[in-house]
Write a protein that binds this ligand. Sequence first.
Ligand code: FAD
Length: 424
Amino acid sequence: MTTAELYDVVVVGGGPAGSTAGAFLAQAGRRVLLVEREPFPRFHVGESLLPATLPILDRLGVHRAIAERGFQVKYGATFHDQESGLEHTFYFLQDKPWPNYTYQVPRADFDALLLEHAQKLGVDVRQPATVESVAFDAGGVTVTAESHGQRNEVRARFLVDASGRAGLLSQKIGRRERIPNLGKVALFAHWRGGWRAPGPDEGNIRIYVFESGWFWWIPLAGDRTSVGCVMHARTVRDWGETREALYREMIRRCRRVAEGLQGAQQVTEVHSEASFSYRNTPVVGDRFLAVGDAIAFVDPIFSGGVHIAMQSGELAARAIDQALTDGRFEARRFTAYERHVWGGLRPFFRFIHKYYEPAFLELFLKPKAAFGMVDAVLSVLSGGAFLGMSWRARASLLLLFSIARVNVWMRRRAGLPVESRLEW
Ligand SMILES: Cc1cc2nc3c(=O)[nH]c(=O)nc-3n(C[C@H](O)[C@H](O)[C@H](O)COP(=O)(O)OP(=O)(O)OC[C@H]3O[C@@H](n4cnc5c(N)ncnc54)[C@H](O)[C@@H]3O)c2cc1C
């Protein structure tokens, strides 16, 4: 055990949330230590970004390095329902506070780039090192981290939990609330030689809904495609054969995916990831706060995770910088941060629940431009909710949800299914 060093902030976790919080704090002149348990580059799920993330990359000063990497550009999202045959492509709008495009990124490269950038800005990175314990007292926090069999203690004035789904603080001093019915498992792999859409649609994420769940189809640069199936955890539990065989079976059942992969080669193993949705508590406390997946995780259908991680990382850095200036770290100083984060997350949670209802999906795939509804949906799908929704956008979404309720009634009268597909 070595003696404690003193930092302003210790960040646990070097994913997008931790790198962003650390980098903004270093930009503000703060002394930051970031502890990441895995060596980078490391594989990670979550490859499709949202346009509202790009202004954060600009403010971090890392956008140019990312653009130069040649990641696949994405202008929209195509949704297809196998049962009804309905399909719609949403294109990100011009004239918004964010651009009308974003990137599809292998996370190993993207996360490594963000962490390197944080390091260039002055963040002290310890990797691979695992935070084992944290102890808060009136004067700060003592963090114990293990690396290559050695334990080190560091002292800091503040702690950021950016440990992702591990949820360090919720596990140690709080709790995790699972969202009922959103208990899912994802099986996914990378392919070479998969189908590509012509022209600017090439980079669109494609979501294929079918009777056993849904697939993501994420075209990456260099003729790679990430193809993942999200299904109910029960489907995986009840499956008697290997996960590879289940993945193949799901591809067979989803016609668009099976056609798109004809002649393609699978170039990675089949990865498996629990994809349940949850909320953790506490989000803030005396001398700590959480960012990214350490706060909550929303079903990945709308690709919001990295945006939520980076946006909460930026907001957190601002709140912590102010607290360091004032020398005050009580939990109530961070309630505005917590409110802001839930305000950004809420529309994603609302949409996820609705999305699994056939009556809503039908409207979603036949959107009407009337009363700003498409604009409001696109703001949510672009990640704009963190910037605050105008009263007009909120009213448009309420109208959309009301029309969906009427559609439930109409479908029932027509003898069409109305039950939520959350029970897949
Ligand atoms: C099936 C699935 C599909 C998804 N698809 C998308 C998508 O298309 N687009 C999208 O934006 N998001 C997607 N996501 C979500 C996205 O992966 C996450 O929201 C995002 O990675 C969150 O970033 P983070 O920095 O909070 O956590 P992470 O990226 O998970 O980073 C947390 C880091 O903390 C480290 N760590 C944990 N515990 C410790 C410890 N004790 N000590 C030191 N280090 C520690 C981990 O090693 C890890 O590197 C998907 C998620 C799933 C499950």
